[in-house]
Design a protein around this ligand. Structure first.
Ligand code: FUC
Length: 738
C-alpha cells in the first residue's frame, strides 16, 4: 500500500498542562436528533430510552402513548440452560382528544430525551421522556398550554400475565418466571389539577393540567455466581427508587439525568456535513438507501451508536445483549443472548475508541463471572485436563447457561482482549494489575496446555472451527459447510486469536514488570505459532489447508481477525498479508448481514481504503438500517450499530500499532472522498490520548492531541511521522500547511 506523500510542515505548539482545551464539543454540532412527523406504527419504528438496566421503546402515539419496557436481568434459563431474554411489560397512557395536527416526535441525543408535540382541539400538547441512570427510573411527563387538557386512562401490562394491582396513584405488576426469578414493576402517576381515580387495575385521570409517570422495575437477579445469581426480592428496591424519585420535581430528575448522560456523550462530537436537515429521519434514510449523499446522517448514526451504548451498558449492570436492552419478544432471535464469536465483542468495539470506557465495565464483570462459572464446570469442552484457564460456548446467557450449539475455544481469549484494550486506552495500571493481567494470564495457560505441534513444528490449536462454516472432510477432500463444527486443527481464527492473546500478555507483563520468565516463554510460543498463510489464489487462508473457495460469501470474516480487531496484519507492518487480506475481503464481497458489513467497514479502514469502507456504509444503509436507525441482521440486532460506530472511528483514527512500545497515532488513515470536510473532537487513542481533527477538501488542517497520562507518542499522517513526549494533561496542537 503506497502511502501518499505530500509536503507536510507540522507546526507543533505545546501548551502547558493547565491549558487543557475542553475535550467536549457542543452537542448542537450536527443537531443530533432523530425525528419523525408521525407516531411509531410498529415496534421497530419506536425510539429507545435506556439507563443501562431499564429500557423503554417509546411509540409517541398522541391518543395512546405506549412504552414497551425491559429490565436487563429479566432472563429465563440458568447457569446451564440458555433460556432467553424476556420483555417486561407495557405502560399505556390513553387520552381522549381529537385527531392531532402539527405532529412531531424526536429523540434528542444531546440530552437523551424523547419529545412529542402536536396540536388538538386548539391545544398544544407536549411530552418528554427519559431513562435516568442516577435515579434508576424512567420518567414521562405530559403538559399542555391549556389547563384541564388531560383526561384518560393509564394502564400497566405484564408480558407474563402477572396480576396488575392499582394502589392509590400507583400501578404494580409482581410475578415470577418459571426459573424462579422474581420480578416487579411499579408506575407512579402524579397529576397536577383535576383528579386521579383508581379503576379496576387502571388509573383514570380527569381534567388534569400535567401528568407525570415514573416507572421503576427490578428482579431478584444477583450478578454474582457465588450467590447462584439470586439476591433479594425486588419489592423494597423498586419501591425506594420510585418513592425517592417521586419526591423530586421533573426538572430535578431531568437535570440529574442530563448531567450524568452528557458527562459521557459530550466527550466526542463529529461533524461530516453542513449541519441539521429539514427532513424527518425516515425520509433522509429513504434517500440514503437510494444512494443520495447525507454525511450528516452518517455522523448521526455514529453518535446514535454511542447513545445506544450509554443507554444499554452502565457500571453495575449486565453487558449489552444482542438487542442492547430492548426486546418485545417472548422468544427473541438467538435468545437475545451473548454470542461470543463476534457479536458480543462487536457491541463493545466503540467503547474505548469513542470515550465510553465506563460502558465497557459490564463486559469485564461478566468475563470475570464466566471465569468462575466455567472453572467450576466439569465440562471438558471448555476446560483442559490440567484445569488451568477456561473457555466458553458460542452462545450464552448472563449466567453462563448455553444453547450448547457449539464451543469456540478461542472465545475467552477474544473476550479478555477487551480487558487489554481498556488498559491500552486508559493506561490504568491498577485495572491492569488487579483485573486484566490475571484474567489474560490464565487464558494464556489454557492455551499453553492445549497447543500441539503441527506441520514443520509450528504450534497449532488442535480442535477449532472457523465461525460458522466448517470445514468438513468429505472423503479426502475438505469442503465448507454452513454451521459445521467438526473439530479441525490449525484454523486461522484460532491461530490469530491466540497470537493476539500472547501479544497482549507479553505487553501486559512488560507494562507491569512482572513474570519475565513466563513472558519469555510466551514470546517463544508466539513465535512458533502457525501464522497467517497466503493461499493459491492470493487469499488469507481460513484454514490450515489451502481450501478456501473464492466464491465463498460467508458472513463471518473470522480469518481476518488479525486485521481487525487484531493487530497482526497491517499494510504498514505486514504488507504481503495485508494484500492477501484485501483479496479475501474482495472475495467475501460487500453484501451480507448488518453486523458483517459493519465489521467490513473496520476491516477496509485497517487497509486504509476509506472509499471502500464508505461503500460498505452505503451497503449498510441500503438494507440493514431500519427507520429507527436500529441495525438489522435481519432480524434486528444491535451489534451492527456498534460495529458501524467503531468503523467510522477507525476510518478517522487508528492506534493499534506501536513501535518499541510507543503508540502510533495514525490520523485520517481512511478518509473517504465522501467526507471532504469535517471535524471530530475527543476520539480516544491507545496510550491515553484524546484527539481532535479538522479537515478541509480531504486534507487535515489541524489536530489537537491530549495526553491524560503523559507518555511518548508518534503521530503518522499522510506518510509523515513525528514523535514527541507529553506530560500528564498537556497537549500538542498541529496546524498543517500543505
Ligand atoms: C452468530 C452469527 C449470526 C447471528 C448470531 C446472533 O451465530 O453467525 O449471523 O448474528 O450470531
Amino acid at each position: 500500500m503506497h502511502l501518499k506523500q505530500y509536503a507536510l510542515a507540522l507546526i507543533l505548539t505545546t501548551l502547558a498542562g493547565g491549558a487543557e482545551v475542553s475535550a467536549s464539543g457542543s452537542s448542537s454540532v450536527g443537531e443530533d436528533k432523530l425525528w419523525y412527523s408521525s407516531p411509531a406504527g410498529k415496534w421497530l419504528d419506536a425510539l429507545p430510552l435506556g439507563n443501562g438496566s431499564l429500557g423503554g421503546m417509546v411509540f409517541g402515539g398522541p391518543n395512546v402513548e405506549r412504552v414497551q419496557f425491559n429490565e436487563q436481568t429479566l432472563w429465563l434459563g440458568d447457569e446451564i440452560e440458555m433460556g432467553s431474554y424476556q420483555p417486561f411489560g407495557d405502560l399505556f397512557a390513553g387520552w381522549s382528544h381529537s385527531e392531532p395536527t402539527d405532529y412531531r416526535r424526536e429523540l434528542d441525543l444531546s440530552d437523551a430525551t424523547h419529545r412529542v408535540v402536536y396540536k388538538a382541539n386548539g391545544v398544544t400538547y407536549r411530552r418528554e421522556a427519559f431513562a435516568s441512570y442516577p435515579d434508576q427510573v424512567l420518567v414521562m411527563r405530559f403538559t399542555a398550554d391549556k389547563p384541564g387538557s388531560y383526561s384518560g386512562v393509564i394502564r400497566l401490562t405484564d408480558a407474563h400475565q402477572a396480576k396488575i394491582i392499582a394502589d392509590g396513584n400507583r400501578l404494580m405488576s409482581v410475578g415470577r418466571l418459571s426459573n424462579g426469578l422474581e420480578y416487579e414493576a411499579q408506575a407512579w402517576i402524579l397529576q397536577e389539577g383535576g383528579k386521579i381515580v383508581s379503576d379496576n387495575a387502571t388509573l383514570r385521570i380527569e381534567r388534569s393540567d400535567k401528568v407525570t409517570l415514573i416507572l421503576a422495575a427490578g428482579t431478584s437477579f444477583a450478578n454474582d455466581p457465588s450467590k447462584n445469581w439470586r439476591g433479594d426480592a425486588p419489592h423494597r428496591r423498586v419501591t425506594s427508587r420510585l418513592e425517592a424519585a417521586a419526591k423530586k420535581s421533573f426538572e430535578q430528575l431531568h437535570a440529574a439525568h442530563t448531567a450524568d448522560y452528557r458527562n459521557l456523550f459530550d466527550r466526542v462530537t463529529l461533524r461530516l456535513g453542513d449541519g441539521p436537515s429539514a427532513k424527518p429521519t425516515n425520509e433522509r434514510l429513504a434517500a440514503r438507501r437510494k444512494g443520495d449523499a447525507d454525511p450528516d446522517l452518517e455522523a448521526l448514526l455514529f453518535q446514535y451508536g454511542r447513545y445506544l451504548l450509554i443507554s444499554s451498558s452502565r457500571p453495575g449492570g449486565l453487558p449489552a445483549n444482542l438487542q442492547g436492552i430492548w426486546n418485545a419478544d417472548l422468544k427473541p432471535a438467538w435468545y437475545s443472548g451473548y454470542t461470543c464469536n463476534i457479536n458480543l465483542q462487536m457491541n463493545y468495539w466503540p467503547a474505548e475508541l469513542t470515550g465510553l470506557s465506563e460502558c465497557h465495565e459490564p463486559m469485564f464483570r461478566w468475563i470475570q463471572n464466566m471465569a468462575v462459572v466455567y472453572k467450576r464446570t466439569k465440562d471438558e469442552r471448555v476446560r483442559t485436563p490440567k484445569g488451568r484457564g477456561w473457555s466458553n460456548y458460542s452462545t450464552t446467557n448472563p449466567m453462563g447457561g448455553t444453547s450448547h450449539w457449539g464451543v469456540h475455544r478461542p472465545n475467552s481469549a477474544w473476550l479478555v482482549q477487551h480487558m487489554w484494550l481498556r488498559y491500552e486506552f486508559t493506561r490504568n495500571k491498577e485495572f491492569l494489575r488487579t483485573v486484566a493481567y490475571p484474567a489474560i494470564k490464565e487464558i494464556v495457560e489454557f492455551w499453553e496446555d492445549r497447543l500441539v505441534a503441527g506441520p514443520d513444528g509450528k504450534l497449532i490449536t488442535p480442535d477449532g472451527w472457523s465461525p460458522e462454516h466448517g470445514p468438513v472432510k468429505k472423503g479426502d477432500k475438505i469442503v465448507l459447510q454452513e454451521g459445521d463444527r467438526t473439530p479441525h486443527p490449525g484454523v486461522s481464527y484460532d491461530q490469530q486469536i491466540v497470537w493476539d492473546l500472547f501479544s497482549n500478555y507479553i505487553d501486559a507483563s512488560a507494562a507491569l514488570g512482572v513474570d519475565p520468565g513466563y513472558r519469555a516463554k510466551v514470546a517463544s510460543m508466539r513465535d512458533r505459532l502457525l501464522g497467517p498463510r497466503v493461499g493459491k489464489w492470493g487469499q488469507i487462508q481460513e484454514w490450515m489447508e489451502d481450501v478456501d473457495d473464492p466464491k465463498d460469501r460467508h458472513r463471518h470474516n473470522s480469518h481476518l481477525f488479525a486485521l481487525h480487531p487484531g493487530r497482526q496484519i497491517s499494510p504498514l507492518t505486514t504488507p504481503e498479508w495485508a494484500a492477501a487480506a484485501r483479496v479475501s475481503l474482495n472475495a467475501r464481497g460487500d453484501v451480507s448481514t448488518g453486523w458483517s458489513k459493519a465489521w467490513k467497514i473496520n476491516l477496509w479502514a485497517r487497509l486504509y481504503d476509506g472509499n471502500r469502507s464508505h461503500k460498505l456504509i452505503g451497503e449498510l444503509f441500503k438494507v440493514s438500517i431500519l427507520d429507527n436507525l436500529f441495525d438489522s441482521h435481519p432480524p434486528f440486532q444491535m451489534d451492527g450499530n456498534w460495529g458501524y460506530t467503531s468503523g467510522v472511528a477507525e476510518m478517522l483514527l487508528q492506534s493499534h500499532l506501536s513501535e518499541e512500545g510507543v503508540p502510533l497515532l495514525h490520523l485520517l488513515p481512511a478518509l473517504p472522498s465522501a467526507w471532504p470536510d469535517g471535524k471530530v473532537v475527543g476520539l480516544r487513542a491507545r496510550g491515553g490520548f484524546s484527539v481532535d481533527m479538522e479537515w478541509k477538501r480531504g486534507k487535515l488542517v489541524s489536530s489537537v492531541i491530549r495526553s491524560t497520562v503523559g507518555t511518548k507518542c508518534r503521530v503518522l499522517h499522510a506518510g509523515k511521522k513525528v514523535e514527541f513526549q507529553l506530560t500528564p494533561g498537556s497537549q500538542k496542537v498541529f496546524q498543517i500547511q500543505e
